[in-house]
Design a protein around this ligand. Structure first.
Ligand code: PMP
Length: 399
């Protein structure tokens, strides 16, 4: 047996693993034998892929690959240190100024992932004397970032502006907090709906709230690619514009775009920036290339919307419940958890990879299969997927 044979650890692991497995909640991880493109290969079988965040197909773009290889040849595979010692290479500075241009802000800072960006950015500014108003459907990295900073977290009902306003008023009038922040995803990844930023900004102005938008799923998609703040013409009204470099941008990393003072502060207090080795030079260069492609040409952004609308219309006319999606992310809401998992399994057997998402990721009774069409899907692939959806939907009496 491997390990120290510590009894409390082995008891903890075996009890919890057995419980998860017997409840069908232990997630089996699939291993791809291909890139994460519109067609993926798993267990030697080609599948139409509707589960990737590679929204624009840039993860396999030759221009990005070349930028990554060139930078790797010049600077090596690793940055060699954290940013604040001597792990800041010129490719990092260029990436940050490119992000600021892309987002229309004074400045930007790059982190190693979107997840640790939220962990670092929230805790650099907020502490136990503050409060955070957080949408109940915010991403796990926001939830963890809020926990880490020790502020009072006040959850408001998903996109319910009356609830947010009421809670902001109570928090402000309590005079208990030094600072109050409102945090929301820009695009919610489980439903594909867009945060109501105009109302959020109005409430923030009325109650003096710091505004924080995590646009991991909006960047590269909404606002002609520049994201949800730009979509609403509110870029200059949002204090923290967060993004990931791992979805539409097609590489890896995360960032905050904002004022010069905010970014200067994060460069001395954003703990992952200070204590974890920088993005690889190749990743930084590939991200810059990707953003430059996006800023020059809106072909890919238009294509992901065209494909998203095509799939959405197709699913709707087959009779699926696609919820309140406003973006290419399109759920098929099934409800019952077991049926949702069976639906996803049957889709896979027929040739479509679309993951089921059930409680606790989404509320009980709202199990769904989530579809993420990308700019790289062809009409033939989408038609192929729709035909399989129709077959399996009828077989399981979902439609
Ligand atoms: N924020 C949101 C809203 C996300 O959906 C994700 C990724 N699932 C992240 C942050 C984390 O980004 P990354 O994958 O770059 O760590």
């Amino acid at each position: 047996m491997y390990g120290s044979e510590n009894k409390s650890l082995s008891k903890f692991l075996s009890k919890n693993l057995t419980e998860l497995k017997s409840n069908g909640l232990y997630n089996k991880i699939d291993s791809l034998q291909s890139s994460n493109g519109p067609i993926i290969k798993i267990n030697d079988k080609n599948l139409i892929n509707l589960s990737s965040n590679n929204y624009l197909g840039l993860a396999t773009d030759d221009r990005l690959k070349k930028a990554e290889i060139d930078a790797t040849n010049k600077y090596g595979t690793g940055a060699g240190a954290v940013r604040t010692i001597n792990g800041t290479l010129e490719v990092h500075d260029i990436l940050e100024s490119t992000i600021a241009k892309f987002k229309g802000t004074e400045s930007a800072i790059a982190f190693q992932s979107g997840f640790n960006c939220n962990m670092g950015a929230i805790s650099a500014v907020m502490d136990k004397n503050d409060a955070i108003l957080s949408d109940e459907l915010n991403h796990a990295s926001i939830i963890d970032g809020c926990r880490l900073c020790g502020s009072k977290v006040i959850r408001y009902k998903h996109s319910d502006m009356n609830d947010l306003k009421e809670k902001a008023k109570l928090a402000k009038e309590s005079n208990q907090y030094n600072k109050i922040m409102v945090i929301t995803d820009g695009v919610f990844s489980m439903d594909g709906d867009i945060a109501k930023l105009p109302e959020i900004v109005e409430i923030a102005q009325e109650f003096d709230l710091i505004t924080y938008v995590d646009d991991a799923h909006g960047s590269g998609v909404t606002g002609n690619g520049a994201g949800t703040c730009k979509h609403f013409g509110l870029s200059d009204k949002i204090d923290f514009q967060i993004g990931t470099l791992s979805k539409a941008i097609g590489v890896v990393g995360g960032y905050v775009a904002g004022s010069k003072d905010l970014i200067d502060w994060l460069k001395v207090r954003g703990r992952p920036f200070l204590f974890s080795t920088s993005l690889t030079p190749g990743s930084a260069a590939a991200c810059t290339k990707s953003i430059n492609i996006l800023m020059k040409n809106d072909y890919l952004v238009n294509k992901v919307w065209e494909n998203g609308n095509y799939l959405k219309e197709g699913l709707k006319s087959l009779g699926f419940n696609i919820g309140k999606s406003e973006t290419p992310i399109t759920p098929c809401i099934i409800g019952d958890e077991t049926k949702t998992q069976l639906f996803s399994k049957r889709l896979l057997e027929e040739g479509v990879y679309a993951k089921s998402i059930v409680f606790p990721t989404v509320p009980k009774g709202s199990g769904r299969v989530r579809n993420m069409p990308t700019a790289s899907h062809t009409k033939e692939m989408l038609d192929g997927a729709l035909a399989i959806y129709e077959k399996v939907g009828k077989e399981l009496e979902i439609i």
